[in-house]
Design a protein around this ligand. Structure first.
Ligand SMILES: Cc1ncc(COP(=O)(O)O)c(C=O)c1O
Length: 390
């Protein structure tokens, strides 16, 4: 697979490149887009072929048989994650933001508190608020350059309105791959306070080095009576535009409640989504992901070395995800100043850390899912933009 190939996405109505000027004031003509979390890599040939086969067949009607699709999902979870999933446990939603919204609807009421360990993926807070629920932030602490959850502190922060925890596992941003002991602590916290647990594992395939992602049902089997696990092929295979995610529920009571909401809203699958997922979740897909992870690992090492050489900047050592998380606090600059330099001097569109909630204020997030030459260009631009600090 040629991950080095530059694919010009401009003019395809994509969010990343075509909306960067509107959102970040960075022109796609000479800027680099490193914000929204999709990659600039081509979808693997065998996945594209599955879509092309459908188009060439020429009829894109309603789907009625999902055996191949469900078997592929179960194969992937078993073979890549050692997790036995049964086809009947899997629901397909319009992606995982949609899955979170459906979970809020199925299991909580307006006004309920939803716990987030911040900083965390910004769309969680957006969808919680849009659905009339309350965000209850529980900030993570940093230790030796990594994030940790702090349950003794969290125990004292509950207000009594909380019904659900949304865990990001692996964590976006910062890339923590939670250990079995940490996942057990999350589960125990949910038990202690009678909270449902939604575990968003969308980044589960993109894990570096010796870190090992543990699906929540595998890490803590006893929590399954309050657990909803979310996975998707979208980040892994760069098919987020298909809007297809999996909600996996083994508990029969939770399953029935979720099923009711799915049916009530008429949520169905998309042809491109299921056909491409079926092709992706295969031995060929597994081999491709191994190459992708090795490529991303090199990207993050190049990026971190270049960024950490700039006095005042610190890039977190990612255990997972292609989303570099850079702390600018050592520069002493206000958010308005370092974000301005990144956009106006380096001409890079990157996410503002403050949008990820408490604890993100001094950070920016840079998407490294791009050719290595683009990472090198971004490093050079940032070194120049913050050159006066050298
Ligand atoms: C943790 C997490 N969940 C969900 C999503 C988005 O999922 P979807 O595109 O399926 O709505 C993202 C995208 O960045 C993410 O990081």
């Amino acid at each position: 697979m040629d991950f080095d190939r530059i694919i010009d996405r401009r003019g395809t109505n994509c969010a990343k490149w075509d909306a960067m000027e509107k959102l970040y004031g960075v022109s796609p003509a000479d800027g680099i887009s490193m914000w929204v979390a999709d990659t600039d890599f081509q979808v693997p040939d065998f996945v594209l072929q599955a879509g092309k086969d459908m188009l060439e067949h020429g009829v894109l009607g309603y789907q009625g048989i999902f055996d191949d699709y469900h078997n592929a999902i179960c194969w992937w979870m078993q073979n890549r994650h050692g997790w036995t999933v049964k086809p009947e446990q899997v629901f397909s939603t319009y992606g995982l933001v949609n899955a979170v919204a459906l979970n809020l609807q199925a299991f909580t009421d307006p006004g309920d508190g939803i716990i987030l360990f911040t900083p965390v993926y910004h769309a969680f807070a957006k969808i919680i608020k849009a659905g009339g629920r309350q965000v209850v932030e529980m900030p993570m602490r940093q230790e030796a350059g990594q994030y940790y959850m702090d349950f003794p502190a969290y125990d004292g922060m509950l207000t009594g309105t909380e019904k659900m925890v949304i865990l990001c596992s692996p964590h976006n941003p910062g890339g923590r791959v939670w250990t079995q002991a940490e996942l057990a602590e999350v589960a125990a916290f949910c038990e202690r306070h009678d909270l449902l647990l939604v575990s968003d594992e969308i980044h589960h395939d993109l894990v570096f080095g010796d870190n090992k992602h543990l699906p929540m049902p595998l890490a803590v089997p006893g929590v399954e009576n309050r657990l909803i696990t979310l996975t998707a092929p979208s980040k892994t295979f760069n098919i987020a535009g298909n809007h297809l995610g999996n909600v996996i529920i083994s508990d029969p009571v939770l399953h029935a409640k979720f099923d009711k909401v799915m049916k009530g809203l008429g949520i169905a699958t998309t042809v491109m989504g299921t056909e491409m997922t079926t092709a992706a979740y295969s031995p060929e897909g597994a081999a491709w992901v191994d190459q992708l992870v090795a490529y991303l690992d090199r990207n993050r090492k190049t990026f971190d070395a270049g960024i950490n050489a700039i006095p005042g900047l610190k890039s977190m050592d990612l255990q997972s995800t292609y989303l570099a998380w850079v702390d600018f606090s050592g520069t002493g600059m206000a958010e308005s100043e370092f974000t301005k330099r990144v956009a106006e001097v380096a001409k890079i569109a990157a996410n503002y850390g403050s949008t990820f909630g408490t604890g993100g204020e001094s950070f920016m997030r840079f998407n490294l899912g791009c050719p290595h030459s683009v990472v090198e260009d971004a490093v050079a631009r940032l070194q120049k933009a913050f050159g006066d600090l050298q």
